[in-house]
Write a protein that binds this ligand. Structure first.
Ligand code: BEZ
Length: 324
């Protein structure tokens, strides 16, 4: 009897140790501020992971660049110092050039079309090389709104953007676009943008409707141009090193839940984008809605550069045509 209970105690202790070893608090980093749709999605992912794992796992969310800018967070993911991130595809495309295909100007006709492109198997297949190329596992896409332009001065035609210091997210496809246009693209991470526009460090910014409205960038502008010129995908990432140490069961649970919550951001932008644009219009700032013709030869120039750089561009164009 005594011997049996001793064995039992050892078994129980061993099992408890095994469970404790698997239980984990994951750290998830983002650039976006606490009220942003991406940050809310990260928190919802963490809450559902805790629930579905019976509180074995939890997620500590670090918004607003608390763990560094996206380039730094990507490095931390590579070494395993950071477990997870919801990150702009823009940043990942600095290491995996083919992802630059998403930024083909006017690939998507509107925000819902952008969502359909991102939900395609072709788009999903672009995540497959990431563990080998970048050291991260991409579990699914989300998005922010289509890109617009906010300018401190009057802008009636693209010629008025010539030579302007125009803030861009730091990644090559957008740099190539504004260089082709003759502007002076100025790479700057999101948290620095408000002050830079307010104090005139930049003349204009490339931004989405949500942030133009919610972070009040329009307050420091004379003109808002609704150009809808590019989509802006996000990707849910796990460090490949961290992923390698997870059980099959945990991979399945984390994979499914992260994909679900990043995908949910697509629905949010499709539902809300038009409302933000209406509210921006109602501010009384000069508001121009333009199409690809506004940018003259810059769209063709971009296509010429990126059809060489991004082999997946043709496949994404096929998906775009099929999902119109
Ligand atoms: C930006 O760089 O403009 C940006 C980054 C993350 C979310 C939305 C916008």
């Amino acid at each position: 009897m005594k011997r049996t209970s001793g064995v039992l105690a050892v078994v129980v202790t061993f099992a408890a140790t095994a469970i404790a070893a698997q239980a984990e608090e994951f750290r998830l980093g983002l650039l976006t501020p606490p009220p942003h749709i991406w940050t809310k999605a990260a928190e919802a992912f963490g809450a559902e992971l805790a629930e579905k794992s019976g509180d074995a796992h939890s997620v500590a969310v670090f918004p607003a660049r608390q763990l560094g800018n996206e380039a730094e967070m990507l490095q931390q993911l590579q070494t395993g110092a950071l477990d997870m991130a919801f990150m702009t595809v823009a940043e990942v495309s600095n290491r995996a050039t083919d992802l630059g295909a998403f930024y083909a100007p006017y690939l998507a006709n509107d925000i819902a079309h952008a969502g359909r492109i991102l939900r395609s198997d072709t788009a999903k297949a672009l995540l497959e090389p990431l563990p080998g190329q970048v050291g991260v596992v991409g579990l699914g896409y989300g998005m922010a709104g289509l890109r617009q332009i906010v300018s401190r001065g009057e802008v009636e035609s693209a010629a008025d953007l010539t030579g302007l210091k125009l803030r861009i997210t730091p990644f090559t496809p957008i740099l190539d676009f504004y260089n082709a246009l003759g502007a002076a693209p100025t790479p700057m991470p999101l948290p620095a943008v408000y002050d830079a526009l307010a104090n005139g460090q930049v003349d204009a910014i490339d931004m989405d409707a949500e942030l133009i409205w919610v972070l009040k960038y329009y307050e420091h502008a004379d003109t808002v141009i609704q150009s809808d010129h590019m989509m802006f995908p996000m990707v849910g990432l796990v460090s490949a090193r961290v992923w390698a140490d997870l059980s099959e069961e945990d991979r399945a649970m984390i994979g499914e839940l992260m994909a679900k919550h990043v995908d949910g951001t697509i629905d949010s932008y499709v539902a809300k984008e038009a409302g933000w644009l209406e509210q921006i219009k109602d501010t009384g700032k000069a508001f121009r809605k333009v199409d690809a013709s506004f940018f003259g030869g810059a769209v063709d120039d971009w296509n010429a550069i990126w059809s060489e750089k991004a082999p997946s561009l043709d496949a994404l164009r096929t998906v775009a045509a099929e999902t119109k």
